[in-house]
Design a protein around this ligand. Sequence first.
Ligand SMILES: Cc1ncc(COP(=O)(O)O)c(C=O)c1O
Length: 303
Amino acid sequence: MTNGRETGLRLSATGQLALREEPVITRLMTAALERPELLSLAAGFTDNARLPAAAVERAVAALRVSDPGKSYLQYGRNAGDPALREALAGHMRTFPGETLPGIDPGDIVVTNGSQQLLYMTVQLFCDPGDCVWVQAPSYFVFLELLRGLGVRAVSMPVTPDGTVDAEGCRRQLQQWRLEGGTGRPRLAYLMGAFANPSTRSLAAEEKTALAEVFRSEAPELPVVEDMAYRELYFGAAPAIPSMLSMEAWRDHPVLYAGTLTKPFATGLKIGYGVTRSTVWREGLERIKGHQDFGSSQFAQALP
Ligand SMILES: Cc1ncc(COP(=O)(O)O)c(C=O)c1O
């Protein structure tokens, strides 16, 4: 049974959208798994040879000693394991360029990969027919996710070298206001570090200029900064201040979308979101409570 219509099953609007097309990412994953001798960058696979098998074995052995109560095999907290949230807050403080002193572990929500975080965020802010403002070019799986929820993607203005054109964004926001707000996006999605597919990072000045535009034209428009690739680079760690840590974005609803899949192990599917917006964090927690009421304790215990 592949199609509800064939069997007379009555599908919801979301169900119909889901059945309309198979996500390209799942086909890419299947193709990658069928050719293990190739490293599929299209599917975002990491190098098998570099997966941290020895570290994971050590971590599993250590768990048996450090956690005789076996909480790693039990259900856990919806927002994530407190020890991991604490460790993530500490880890983020070590990223070069992060300028604010504290990231509160209470502002962190652990998810099943950052993909779940992105999905829940769109669910939180968008209804079918709404649109999301995306940096162009954008991450194709995010664009597919939007289509699956009946949400449209609209490109942010960029200059030929890929810089987000802050003044162009201002004009566009003003235009939407003149038109009475129809077509105005409900969410903005940018990639701060080594964007997929362009590999470009947003410069601090670029983000500051954008913050000024958002402050005056769209102070309530939530912004996602996807940092999935932040920890993957050649040579010295680049200094990249996230929007979350920049004074210019201090009062704006911003979500830092992070993941441990790329820098640690893709198969563990542990991602995390950080936001100072209470509504955003609580909204994510409520939706996660409905979806799975907590990511795998075992996977969270290993990094
Ligand atoms: C830009 C970007 N964001 C998010 C993700 C989602 O990754 P994960 O769900 O494994 O954290 C990916 C995966 O390739 C990505 O390329």
